[in-house]
Design a protein around this ligand. Structure first.
Ligand code: IMP
Length: 444
């Protein structure tokens, strides 16, 4: 990867859990700096090396490699407790790369009242109002950021300022917790004491990161930007209100780092070979039947952060085309292709219909009555995990990949055929789309 440009952005183009952690890990050897730019400890990026599996929530996946500078951008909301736990876990595994990590002084801090409010709001919401959040305090923290109440890393590491801000915010949040939700209030002193300890540990790692990134670029170093969640969970362009609270698509990069998006040459969109979603919200190709259960079992589709079973279904080309378009995606990485190994046929939704009316493009509101129109392609019924190059894949597998390229209008640059780092096929040259949709006179 990437053959034309210096910097690369990796984004999920479904509802998250596309396997970005593995892709970033595979590609990071070609880069000097790895950056997270949005989201928080709601993310769960899994990397498997040999027998060992690592799950990252806040740390950029590049942290496994000793020579990478890792950056947490200002667009990320940081739960210091979760971050320190992650660093300590790594230390226990013998990976001590903390000195390679830089945290934006402008990033907002997730505090216990954010988690308490996340929980209280979800518990109080009526059936249709629940989002199914990860309960990590993400929404309430971004709410404070937009309301200009937020506490940033620069405030956390200044004990006096933190004390004053925490006092002010806790009074407001306790009033909300008790008066609006009838819940327990939180005590000031224990939070202050705990978070000042975290501040002492993290202080040496906190700095202005936009300046660091610009300098890295001037010195000719290559930067990999690692998106969290997926484009369809984008707060502006996703399936609102069933979304997370940040810009999960490529659009979040500039605001979340201060680094100009125009300088990022290649955007790689990650999609599974089928679809999953966790939490509430519309999911047109969801399979609430034995096939869905089979995808979940084979794909081990349980949340890396919350352990919740993921909802599973076939690939949704309407959604893929939408995400490719809004993310200005240059190439696709197809992950978990091996999960489809045993299936007689593989289906792809090409359009939807609602009460008999055809819908070709991704609607702003996805009506629960929306029905997908599928095409069925032959399955391959062979294990593919040992394939090292495109030609090693069975004919129907290659046809499926070509179909995805044709119908999305986007080349494929990488295919993942198993969990391990080594079970990855990098396509050089990229698998280019043929005439596909355009040839049939259908326009996105
Ligand atoms: P929140 O980000 O915890 O507020 O959750 C909002 C929605 O985004 C819920 O449907 C979550 O399940 C979903 N979500 C948040 N983070 C992830 C992720 O990393 N993978 C998949 N879904 C996520």
């Amino acid at each position: 990867m990437p053959n034309q440009s210096k910097h690369l952005c990796v984004v999920g183009i479904q509802w998250g859990d596309e396997g970005k952690g593995k892709v970033v890990d595979v590609l990071s050897s070609e880069f000097d700096v790895v950056v997270r730019y949005q989201g928080g400890a709601n993310a769960g990026h899994t990397v498997k090396i040999g027998e060992k599996e690592y799950v990252f929530h806040l740390l950029p996946s590049g942290i496994l490699q000793a020579d990478k500078v890792c950056v947490i951008g200002n667009g990320v909301v940081i739960d210091p407790r979760a971050l320190i736990e992650e660093l300590d876990q790594l230390r226990k595994s013998g990976i001590e790369h903390e000195d390679n990590l830089w945290i934006s002084d402008r990033a907002h801090v997730v505090l216990p009242y954010h988690r308490a409010l996340d929980q209280a709001r979800e518990t109080a919401a009526s059936a249709g109002g629940k989002i199914g959040t990860t309960l990590r305090g993400i929404g309430p923290c971004y709410t404070d950021k937009a309301a200009r109440l937020g506490i940033r890393m620069i405030d956390l590491i200044d004990a006096e300022r933190f004390r004053t801000m925490l006092q002010r915010n806790l009074a407001l949040k306790n009033a909300e917790l008790s008066k609006v939700y009838g819940g327990q209030t939180l005590e000031f002193e224990p939070i202050l004491e705990e978070y000042l300890r975290y501040a002492d540990r993290l202080r040496p790692r906190v700095r202005d990161i936009s300046e660091l990134l610009l300098r890295a670029e001037r010195e000719g170093r290559r930067i990999l930007f690692e998106g969290a969640q997926g484009s369809l969970l984008d707060v502006d362009l996703g399936t609102y209100p069933y979304v997370t609270s940040s810009n999960t698509s490529f659009l979040g990069l500039g605001a979340g780092t201060g680094f100009s998006q125009r300088r990022v040459g290649t955007v790689l969109g990650i999609t599974k070979a089928y679809s999953t979603r966790v939490g509430e919200g519309p999911f047109p190709t969801e399979l609430k039947d034995a096939t869905g259960d089979r995808l979940r079992a084979i794909g081990n589709e349980f949340g890396a952060t919350t352990g919740r079973p993921r909802r599973c279904g076939w690939l949704d080309m309407v959604a893929i085309r939408y995400a490719v378009q809004l993310g200005d995606i240059d190439a696709l990485a197809i992950t978990k292709l091996d999960v489809l190994d045993g299936f007689e046929e593989v289906r792809v939704a090409m359009s939807y219909q609602l009460s008999g009316k055809p819908i070709e493009s991704f609607p702003t509101v996805l009506d629960p009555g929306l029905e997908p129109n599928y095409v069925a392609l032959p399955g391959w019924k062979k294990p593919i995990t040992d394939a090292k190059k495109l030609e090693d894949l069975p004919r129907p597998t290659r046809d499926y990949l070509q179909f995805i390229a044709d119908e999305s209008g986007c080349p494929i640059s990488m295919v993942s055929v198993g969990k391990d780092r080594s079970a990855t096929i990098q396509l050089r040259p990229w698998l280019e789309p043929g005439p596909g949709r355009a040839a049939r006179g259908v326009h996105a």
